[in-house]
Design a protein around this ligand. Structure first.
Ligand code: SF4
Ligand code: F3S
Length: 108
């Protein structure tokens, strides 16, 4: 499956959801997660993300490997509903877009 990495946290641009043919993005307060049981690995979401947060599982950058399991867990939470239409990014997305190691900022 494809995986959303920490770059998405506190940005949540949502450009990715418009193109997903199987609607497998799920939305939390400040992050999106891909349901690995639904993702068909088409890859079309990858170039849509302005912060390059999405990777095929086998291409996840070093230090972000933990995000595969986290996408699986979060996408299955009852409150994390599917999101299929783009909406505005979070208000301080620009401020957070170049930050790394944002895991401590993740809200469930
Ligand atoms: Fe959806 Fe394809 Fe991205 Fe998987 S790789 S999340 S199926 S757009
Ligand atoms: Fe997140 Fe990028 Fe989508 S910031 S919401 S993975 S477009």
């Amino acid at each position: 499956a494809h995986v959303v990495t920490e770059a998405c946290i506190r940005c949540k641009y949502t450009d990715c959801v418009d193109v997903c043919p199987v609607d497998c993005f799920h939305e939390g307060p400040n992050f999106l997660a891909i349901d690995p049981d639904e993702c068909i690995d088409c890859g079309v979401c990858v170039p849509e993300c302005p912060v390059d947060a999405i990777f095929a599982e086998e291409d996840i950058p070093s230090g972000q490997e933990h995000m595969a399991e986290l996408n699986a867990e979060l996408s299955h939470l009852p409150d994390w509903k599917p999101i299929t239409k783009r909406k505005g990014s979070l208000p301080d997305a620009e401020e957070w877009r170049d930050r790394t190691d944002k895991l401590g900022e993740l809200l469930r």
